[in-house]
Design a protein around this ligand. Structure first.
Ligand SMILES: CCCCC[C@H]1O[C@@H](O)C[C@@H]1SC[C@H](NC(=O)CC[C@H](N)C(=O)O)C(=O)NCC(=O)O
Length: 221
């Protein structure tokens, strides 16, 4: 069967969580990197972009857009979405929280220079006073290796992704969160994730100025 094909910039952005989830599920995927505006315009002209936006994932005979829709489809398809409705809604709550946090981090490089310092402080404040305490408490109350049920799920994948992004911004961000530190080690050692964390995987690097310039050029903003 054909591998999923991801269409996005050569960077993390909104597509990175999709790369993580596919990798965690052990699913190989191909990528087409948007480097020129013409590529984006062709996708639009060909009617691939429902709302004129990427991420776009071509799989199972469909042209899928909307990051959350794609992630939910993948989680369900690869059995990473809990055992019943109640586990699924907890996973949805947790992943929406990590997506909110990661969106702040993802958009940071696009902030005007004079706002960067303040924006960085806001991200760290939200991480340390809102998101990390919430997940530390979940691990404390739930007393399992994973966030939901006693099984690896989409929520675990995305929390690890968010933790690693935060540590890139501030290496000691987990210093007050011992359960999250142990969680990070546990989940990082899951074979499919361990492989994705090795150099040479399809995991993308921290965004640099070139990347910001390419995105601005293609999307003309
Ligand atoms: C890679 C760095 C990403 C930072 C910026 C990204 O976040 C978004 O704010 C913009 C990009 S992603 C590219 C952007 N896509 C979206 O905003 C998708 C939003 C949608 N709800 C989703 O979750 O998939 C885009 O195609 N815009 C064209 C335009 O709307 O005309």
């Amino acid at each position: 069967t054909a591998k999923p094909k991801l269409y996005y910039f050569r960077g993390r952005g909104r597509m990175e969580s999709i790369r993580w989830l596919l990798a965690a599920a052990g699913v190989e995927f191909e990528e087409e990197f948007l480097e020129k505006r013409e590529q984006y315009e062709k996708l639009e002209k060909d009617g691939c972009l429902l709302f004129g936006q990427v991420p776009l994932v071509e799989m199972d005979g469909m042209m899928l857009t909307q990051t959350r829709a794609i992630l939910s489809y993948l989680a369900a398809k690869y059995n990473l979405y809990g055992k019943d409705l109640k586990e699924r809604v907890r996973i949805d709550m947790y992943v929406d929280g990590t997506l909110d946090l990661m969106l702040m981090i993802m958009l940071a490089p696009f902030k005007p220079p004079k706002e960067k310092e303040e924006n960085f402080a806001l991200i760290m404040k939200k991480a340390k006073t809102r998101y990390l305490p919430a997940f530390e408490k979940i691990l404390k109350d739930h007393r399992e290796d994973f966030l939901v049920g006693n099984k690896f799920s989409w929520a675990d994948v995305q929390l690890l992704e968010a933790i690693l992004m935060l540590e890139e911004l501030n290496a000691s961000v987990l210093s007050d969160f011992p359960l999250l530190k142990a969680f990070k080690t546990r989940i990082s050692n899951i074979p499919t994730i361990k492989k994705f964390l090795q150099p040479g995987s399809q995991r993308k690097l921290h965004p640099d100025q070139h990347y910001v310039d390419v995105v601005r050029h293609i999307l003309q903003f």
